[in-house]
Design a protein. Structure first.
Length: 396
């Protein structure tokens, strides 16, 4: 008997979260002796949400584990690859290809797309917040905005996208990093006194946890910030402003005031953490106003999905396609310098980058061969470094 309304690993692996029409398709193909027909399918994206011009491919490790053991060959861009939904000439970019008896993987389309669509949306939102925050600290506080079964996935995708840490204990465990957080309003309300709560935190919590005092519960933020600095002095790492919308007015102005009042009293070491309803624009604005760290929840955890679709484009070596898609197997080339993508019919000559003339590399790599995972699946830390190195191209 399932306690929570989420699918188990086994149910996902068996394809039981699939859409019924795939099971009926398998049944028909078997009944008509077409269950050995080899189909080559590609996964491409539609236009990105929020007017994004690029996205971060995420969810490849889960996809590999889903497809593992099925009689298929799979190529894919490495997890963390930044891609555009069309190439230089407007051709949709395949991020993954699957080849094998279609009836052996038909039902996996639903879970596979779900894995890539959601993780890539979250990782992309995180990468955009990363760019907006520059080198400042970005913390993912979004576990409470989605079903808890997804916390490890949300934290992993946000971390791959570039956030520095996550507050979800389960996500941090999956990533092999320490969970990071400050204190909730509840702690202060239970004590009924901010100073007592801040001091209790300082007294009880292990010394390697930065002391960040929440300073918007009762009084004006700058008043509480000075109170916290006076209460904890050098041991205070920072203050968190999670000012409620009803009092937010010009949040950047509040941050400037808090910065000023702390500095004129010699508390230059005290950093300012902001959270609550943050997005790319407010992170950029608050960073300019003097904020040092950002707790971002909804904007990353509830990020819109990347609209991936899977289409058969080759049957038995013959190009096929539905309306709106291009038939035939394709090579995908990427410029090592400016990340420009070029899609060509498979086996075509290797192009030079049409944008900067640099060398291009084939970006679809073998992931699975005859049902066996053949690619090294890197740790999220490595994938995050790969994403950050690509983001440098955008910063340049
Ligand atoms: C929220 C909590 C989350 C933040 C805001 C995420 O504050 O701290 O981490 O917000 P977002 O989803 O809008 O980006 P509260 O709801 O005040 O909770 P708490 O008192 O526990 O900090």
């Amino acid at each position: 008997m399932r306690m929570f309304h989420v699918a188990s690993d086994d149910e996902i692996k068996r394809g039981e979260t699939t859409d019924i029409y795939f099971l009926r398709t398998e049944e028909i193909l078997k009944a008509k002796g077409l269950d050995n027909v080899v189909a080559y399918a590609e996964i491409t994206s539609g236009r990105f949400p929020r007017d994004w011009q690029w996205a971060v491919l995420c969810g490849i490790e889960e996809a590999a584990k889903l497809l593992e053991g099925h009689p298929v060959n799979v190529d894919a861009m490495p997890e963390g690859t930044i891609f555009t939904w069309t190439d230089f000439r407007g051709v949709r970019v395949p991020v993954m290809t699957i080849e094998g008896p279609y009836a052996s993987y038909a039902r996996l389309e639903t879970p596979l797309l779900g894995m890539l669509c959601q993780s890539s949306g979250i990782a992309t939102a995180a990468a955009r917040i990363r760019l907006a925050a520059g080198d400042k600290l970005v913390l993912n506080f979004g576990a409470r905005r989605m079903h808890p079964a997804l916390s490890p996935l949300i934290g992993r995708s946000a971390y791959i996208g570039g956030v520095d840490a996550v507050s979800s204990v389960a996500a941090a465990k999956l990533l092999g990093i320490e969970p990071v957080g400050t204190m909730p309003h509840a702690l202060i309300i239970v004590f009924g006194d901010q100073v007592k709560a801040w001091k209790a935190f300082d007294e009880v919590i292990s010394k390697d946890v930065p002391r960040v005092a929440l300073v918007d519960t009762y009084y004006d933020e700058k008043v509480e910030a000075v109170m916290a600095a006076e209460a904890l002095g050098e041991r205070l790492w920072g203050v968190r402003l999670d000012t409620p919308g009803s009092r937010r007015g010009n949040f950047a102005e509040i941050v400037r005031e808090v910065r000023w009042e702390l500095d004129v009293r010699g508390y230059k070491h005290v950093k300012i953490v902001v959270s609550g309803g943050l997005n790319e624009e407010s992170v950029r604005e608050l960073s300019e106003a003097g904020a040092d760290a950002f707790g971002v929840g909804t904007w990353i955890s509830n990020a819109p999905v990347i609209d991936f679709a899977m289409d058969i484009v080759d049957i038995g070596g013959k190009p096929v396609a539905k309306k709106g898609k291009l038939g035939g197997k394709k090579d995908v080339w990427r410029c090592g310098k400016c990340l420009t993508l070029v899609v060509r019919p498979k086996g075509s000559a290797k192009p030079k980058c049409p944008r900067c003339g640099s060398e291009m590399v084939s970006i679809l790599k073998p992931l699975i061969r005859n049902g066996e995972i053949v690619a090294d699946l890197p740790h999220p830390k490595q994938i995050r470094e790969y994403v950050l190195s690509q983001l440098e191209a955008f910063r340049a």
